[in-house]
Structure formats: structure tokens, C-alpha cells
Write a protein that binds this ligand. Sequence first.
Ligand code: ADP
Length: 399
Amino acid sequence: MFFLNRGHIRRITAALEEIEKGNLPQRINIYSKGALGRLAQVIDRVLSGLTTRINTLNKEAVKGKAILTSMVEGVIALDNDARILSLNPTGQKIFNIKKQNAEGRLFLEVIRNNDISEIIHRVLKNGEPVSSELSLVLPVQKTFKINASAIFEESIVAGCVLVIHDITQMRRLERVRSDFVANVSHELKTPLTSIKGFVETLLEGALEDKKNSREFLRIIQEHANRLESLINDLLDLASLEERGVSLRAREVNLKELADKILMSFEAQLKNKEVEASNELPENLIVKADKDKIEQVFTNLIDNAVKFNRQKGSIKIYAHELSDNKIKVLIKDSGWGIPPKDIPRIFERFYRVDKARSRALGGTGLGLSIVKHIIELHGGSIDVESSEGLGSEFSFILPK
Ligand code: ADP
């Protein structure tokens, strides 16, 4: 006789009602062999399949969210009315907006930028990706690369995703590099043009004129020397900038080293009647690369002499700092550096007065070489200056 188990029907109905509401109920667990039992077992299998699939989807969603959260690019997803669906933390940071104030609102209401809005509408209209570089003031001027692509649902454009990459630093470095190449070319060309000019003049007959030809040769020699110092400085800079450049650290007595360098400047000091005093303590020892620290003293003392006044002075002294560091100061009584130039003074080729520096045999690379060397030693460099009174360059080194 056909027999209906009301309890089983109730359990199956309750499970189906839960599914209808969008929930995933517990297994029904009816193991009888009859039609109801088989129906309950099929429902259980569907439930188990759904649970596995939902778990997988949840895991994917968590992974996707983690990727979006950690991305250095800003990501904004929009629907086909250009309403913001979501934006990641970098997106919030770039535009200085909060997720809760942005999601669900029209893009232009939240981010008042017509250029980006136009990109979004182009993508929503054509479905084609758009890539563009924009300068935005937020509040400082920055350069962004924006890639926008359509979100498709069954071949229909359902929205758009913006990926926004801050390329300010990259563009700045490109500019620094191209300025550097332009500067190097210019600096090399200037003495070369002079050398060629004077050689031509000599070949065209000036060679016979004993007095002038000597002067021309002297000028050619001066420019050749200039080329040599420039190339040497460029090679020094290149080797300091090499990745993994190594220092040959050993104990260096700073006072002895400074004395040695001052001796090598004896002629220039005498010529300018500049009084130089080395007040570094006798026993001041640091662990450093001696040749490189010698170059630091050479460049700083060279500047202190070059940019000094007649009958000026130079004083080299030191302070012990608390954290086992030493600060060495080189003070001169020269013409000083205008405040507006101080922030740029350590840049390659930056000179307060180009013509004056060149006339004194400078390349404009000395201070950037010094900065590199000191930073390679884990130290730092600084300058204080009063126009017309003098400058004081100082560097800190770990002992
Ligand atoms: P340069 O080869 O011209 O000396 P540096 O890189 O050594 O190049 O110095 C850059 C510029 O900084 C100089 O051209 C000069 O304008 C300024 N400068 C450096 N040292 C001093 C100083 N002691 N007094 C005044 N100006 C200085």
C-alpha cells in the first residue's frame, strides 16, 4: 500500500522554503529507499554542491579584495551610469575621499574632474579601452596614467574599471636623466669647440706668429684639462652610483688626512692669502674608505678656497655627536650662497654662477660627488651660508 510519511514531507518542504529565501539549510538526511528518501538525497547532494561552490566563490572574493587592497594603483569600478560601485584604498587616497561617501554616487559628483569623466563616458559608449596621462592638482600637481576598460555582461557594456597609476616620480626621474644628458653634452661640447677653434686658427697660419701661438696653445691646454676633470668627475659619479658599490673601510685619522689635503692646496692658499686652520682633534678616527673621504676633503676645501675672498680664512673643526657619530665642519669666509640656491646646491651641474664656476675650473659635479660618498658611508651632508659672509659645509659620519 502507498504510504506517505508526513514528517519527511515537512522536512523536505522546510528545506525547499529555506532555499527559496536564499539560505542554505542543513542536510535533510532522510535515508529511506522510497521516492521521498531519493528526493531528499538528491536535494542533499545539490545542497552540498552549492555549499562547495559558494565557499570557493567566497575564497575568490577574499583573494580579489586582498589584491585590490594591496595594489599601489587606484582602482575604481563604475556601473553604466558612471556611478561608483567600489574603490580601493589607493583610489581613496589619491582623490582624498572616503569609500562610504563615494560608493553609489555619480563619478562627477564625487570627483569633479571632467577629463576623467570624459574617459569614462568614452569607454561606456564604445566599449573600447582608453589609456591617458593626466596632470592633476590634488592639492599638489601630480602625473597619473589612467587605464580605463569596459566591464561586459553578455557582450553588453555594464560598466567601467579605472586603474590609476601615480607616475609623478617616474616622470621626474626621466626629466632628471634627460637634463643630465643635455648638461653633459653641453659641458663636453664647450671646451671641445674652443679646442677645435684654436687648432684651426693655428693651422690656418697663426702657428707662424710665435707670441700668439703660445697663448693659443695655453688656452687649448686649459680646455683639455677641463675636459679631463669633467670626464674624471663623471666617471667618479658613475662608479658611486653603481649598484652594490663597495667601500674599503678602515681606520682613518681625519686630522692627518685634512693636513695632507691642505698641503696640496698650499699654492692656491698662498696665492689668495687665505689662512687655513685645521682644528680637528689629533686622535679623531673614523672607520671609512680613506680614498673617498680624501675626495670629500679635496672637493670641499677646493670650493672653500675657490669661492673665498682675498685674505680670507678657512677653518676645519669637529663636534662629537651623542650617537657615536662625528660632525666635521669646513667654514670659509667666502662670498656665500644665496638662500634660494641652497636647496639645489648638491644637484649635479647646479652652480650659483655658471660662468664664474667654469672660470675657476669647476665642473659643477664636486658637491654631488661629496654627497654620494657621505651617504654611502651612512652619513649626511649639510650647508649653512650667509651671502657675503661665508659658508659652512658639514658632514656627519658614523665613527
Ligand atoms: P664646482 O665645480 O662649480 O665647484 P660644486 O658641485 O663643487 O661645483 O659646487 C656647486 C656650486 O656650489 C658652485 O658652483 C658654487 O656656486 C657653490 N659653492 C660650492 N661651495 C661653495 C662655497 N664654499 N662658497 C660659495 N659657494 C659655493
